[in-house]
Ligand binder design. Sequence first.
Ligand code: ZN
Length: 161
Amino acid sequence: MPCEMCGKAYSGCRPAMIDGVKMLLCPECMKYGTALKPSSQGSIHSNKPPLPGQLPRPRAQKDVFKQMGKELVSNWSKVIQETREKKGLTREELGFRIGERTVTISKLENGDLRPADKMIEKLEKELGIKLMEEVGEISVQSARSQNAGFTLGDFIKPEEE
Ligand SMILES: [Zn+2]
């Protein structure tokens, strides 16, 4: 803000009274007036309310990593059944191939039994399917780049599918 007395652009102009007129003065012109104390006068600048103190914090990184992982596809029972039928396998045959009982296969295909990790691996291998899907593609990247500025992750796009 320029000095209202000499017009010089000066960022540190302060309010002062000159002959009963309130003016913003640079330090040089201040000697011509009487400096005002904004806190005591209260009329120079309206007191701004304090900024809301709490900015939203970025999520803790451990939470981010916790949510990364794989999960069974939602229609896994259907996938198993359809793929088995496409391959012309009976439940008995599929069960025999992956070392599970026929009733287990039935339960899987009915959605009554959620396959354990080991069984998922065997089913995927035997049927050539994917029962697990990536979940929680949470912004690990952005969290990392926010903390560390530019990283390789800003330039390389992983997992373009
Ligand atoms: Zn001045």
